[in-house]
Design a protein around this ligand. Structure first.
Ligand code: PLP
Length: 364
């Protein structure tokens, strides 16, 4: 990048902040956002922190027509000492570039964008809530803004980072959910865009989610798009099973999103010497393990909930109840450890935490 300075334009009036026990996911945004433009041949430029505001984009902007966009999701946490910290943010920025590559969006300078995110959070530090389980959700995204309705990669983009304070995902302890195994619709397919974090994958998932939601299921379990035999993900989370003492998760195969939480779960299990493997897992294997009394736990992993235990899997009219519908021991231990590290209550043996220098902690 040519110009590495970040202009800052502060808003004249600040919004009223919601109470930390009244936060609803994704509905409240802070006073400022980070914006950066891309155009050929300038590259990424105009990095600025500006008041949160609507965008002015032409109706012909390519993103509205062909969905060339990518996004990320990570969180900032407030420790009990009042410090603000991020959980493995470099993994998210690395993944953003991976998604960019798949969607033919020009790469970003990961270090610079991390610096921008930290600076934005510093400006918005009072928005990082401090109640148990709350956090500041960070949503970086890139859209193609070139006014052109031909099908081609765009020449103009915007990278934007918005921030949203979020409440505790589990207010009364983590509770297992009912999942429907999806036999008709698929989220994505090997060779498609499944391993990129792009809006189109979510658009493709809504129909199945809508149908099973009406039947009282929290989410669908996605199977592979070719044979509809092998397990891929649960809703928009990665998925894990504990079978006969071993934890298994579908191996990354091109259609599965490489979750940062997924990677953290695997590393923790290895650290604890609990057998863990990444491999193909068929739904038939899960049914057999259940029948043999060996399906001990099942859970989803992702930034929003960290761990979401699965209490029931319904497949071809059969209900497979997992661990009597209760949260498993390993699921709980992983949840406690990852959140413990995130909130600075537990040791961070992997150096996952990145501190945000807030003005109040800068010494001079
Ligand atoms: C974001 C996402 C995940 C979880 O990734 P994390 O980095 O752990 O939040 C899993 N599956 C899909 C499809 C996703 O979009």
């Amino acid at each position: 990048m040519e110009d590495q300075t970040i202009r800052v334009q502060l808003s004249e009036t600040n919004k009223q902040k919601p109470k930390s026990d009244q936060l609803i996911f994704g509905k409240t945004f802070t006073d400022h956002m980070f914006v950066m433009d891309y155009s050929d041949p300038l590259g990424w430029h105009n990095a600025s922190i500006v008041p949160y505001q609507p965008l002015t984009i032409e109706p012909s902007a390519m993103v509205f027509h062909y969905g060339q966009s990518v996004f990320e999701g990570l969180k900032a946490f407030r420790t009990k000492d009042g410090e603000i910290q991020l959980f493995r943010p470099t993994k998210n920025l690395e993944r953003l570039n991976h998604s960019n590559d798949r969607l033919v969006i020009p790469p970003i300078d990961e270090e610079f964008v991390l610096k921008a995110i930290k600076q934005l959070i510093t400006v918005e530090k009072d928005w990082v809530p401090d109640a148990e389980g709350t956090s500041l959700y960070i949503r970086p995204f890139i859209i193609s803004t070139e006014p052109y309705i031909g099908v081609a990669p765009a020449c103009h983009y915007k990278l934007i980072v918005i921030l949203s304070p979020v409440g505790a995902y589990y207010k009364e302890g983590i509770n297992p959910v009912k999942i429907a195994v999806e036999n008709h619709y698929v989220r994505t397919v090997k060779g498609g865009t499944g391993e990129a974090k792009t809006g189109g994958n979510y658009a493709a998932s809504l129909k199945a989610q809508e149908l099973v939601g009406k039947e009282g299921f929290a989410q669908v379990l996605w199977l592979d798009g070719v044979e509809k035999k092998y397990i891929e993900e649960v809703g928009s989370m990665n998925v894990f099973f504990k079978i006969d003492g071993e934890v298994v998760t579908p191996m990354l195969n091109g259609s599965i999103l490489a979750g940062v939480t997924r990677d953290s779960v695997i590393r923790l299990l290895k650290h604890w010497n609990i057998p863990v493997s990444e491999r193909r897992i068929s739904m038939e294997e899960i049914r057999q393990a259940h029948q043999d009394g060996k399906l001990e736990e099942a859970f989803g992993s992702g930034t929003a909930a960290v761990i979401s235990p699965i209490g029931q899997l319904t497949w071809e009219g059969e209900d497979l109840i997992v661990n009597e519908g209760k949260t498993g021991e390993i699921s709980q231990k992983i949840f406690d450890t990852i959140t413990g590290i995130q909130y600075g209550k537990m040791e961070d043996p992997f150096n996952w935490i990145v501190n945000v220098e807030t003005k109040s902690t800068v010494k001079n």
